[in-house]
Design a binder for this molecule. Structure first.
Ligand code: PMV
Length: 322
């Protein structure tokens, strides 16, 4: 359809929140990990006129992008304004392997890949702060009141400790472990899950804030457990955080079922990851064999997809990029 000339590619990986989701919106810390198995690439190709998007979510001119993707269109326009270079037209080919609405950071990863690809296309340097500024445009549109953890964790290539307004620190991982990720097959709605907790705070402030504080406390303890390589303790903390997320109303029957399956298959601990009310769970395993066994049980008991991967000890990751 288009005769293309120049071509450049931007990439991003998905992410997992190990512990701390939702509480992080209220200033508590959270720990997030890169999930390198699922990635998104955006290829920019020069065409004669106009801006076109080709993806499995939408294909067509930017002017006709559907409402739910308007954040991406705004992010693309803001990026072009920032780059401020002449162009005739281009086609953005987005290929995302990250399922949408599963708490894996798909919207942030797509925006990161788009911004990176455009900077690459125009051969401009992209600072970390500019990337965050541009991606925040898309994320605010998608999530309403994002803490920023999604964006940080898809930008970073190593585990991070994240606190809203304070930024990120590295997390020391003493011994490697395996994480299983299982998809309920249902898209969650992070925006409404976040809004529901706000409503709970207004209605029952004491109870709700207690759960938020407890999740924060478990996150501090999880950092210690990672530092000490104590998987039993880490698993226990994941379970405790899941109890509080359930109390907050962001878990559901399907998630609780998969969490139970993972635990009875021998996981050290299991919980939802991300916004909840659908989406994915994570489960902690000691080694690859155990992780594969847990995946098998989850596949046989309702999970739509499962993945497992090794979380390396800290030395194996690159240092945090600014
Ligand atoms: O976008 P999700 O579903 O991975 O959720 C992000 C984590 C939340 O704490 C639920 C929201 C936020 O902005 O921090």
């Amino acid at each position: 359809m288009f005769s293309s000339r120049n071509r450049s590619i931007g990439r991003a990986h998905s992410k997992l929140i190990l512990i701390g989701e939702h509480a992080v919106v209220y200033g508590q810390p959270a720990i997030a990990l890169p999930f390198p198995t699922l990635t998104v690439t955006c290829a920019v190709e020069e065409i004669d006129t106009g801006i076109y998007i080709e993806s499995n979510l939408y294909a067509g001119p930017i002017e006709q992008i559907p409402e739910r993707l308007k954040g991406l269109a705004t992010c693309i326009r803001a990026t072009l304004q920032e780059i401020n270079k002449h162009y005739k037209g281009f086609l953005l080919k987005i290929d995302s392997k990250i399922p949408i609405g599963r708490g894996l950071g798909s919207s942030a990863a797509i925006a990161v890949a788009i911004v990176r690809s455009l900077y690459q296309f125009f051969k401009c340097d992209l600072s970390g702060s500019k990337l965050r500024e541009l991606v925040t445009i898309a994320e605010t549109y998608a999530h309403g009141n994002p803490s920023g953890i999604d964006m940080e964790s898809v930008v970073q290539d190593e585990p991070i400790w994240f606190e809203r307004e304070k930024g990120i620190e590295s997390v020391t991982i003493q011994s490697p472990f395996y994480l299983v990720v299982a998809d309920t097959g249902r898209a969650g709605d992070t925006r409404s899950a976040v809004a529901s907790i706000k409503e709970n705070i207004d209605k029952s402030p004491l109870e709700t804030n207690q759960s938020i504080d407890k999740i924060g406390q478990y996150t501090y303890e999880a950092r210690q457990a990672l530092l000490q390589g104590n998987l039993n303790q880490l698993g226990n903390l994941l379970n405790l955080a899941q109890t509080e997320l359930d109390k907050l109303g962001v878990s559901d029957k399907g998630i609780n079922h998969l969490v139970d399956v993972a635990r009875s298959a021998g996981a050290f601990g299991a919980k939802l990851t991300g916004g909840g009310r659908g989406g994915c769970i994570i489960a902690l395993a000691e080694n690859n064999v155990q992780a594969k066994e847990i995946c098998q049980h989850l596949n046989q008991n309702g999970a739509v997809s499962t993945w497992s991967f090794k979380v390396e000890e800290t030395q194996k990751y690159h240092s945090i990029t600014s």
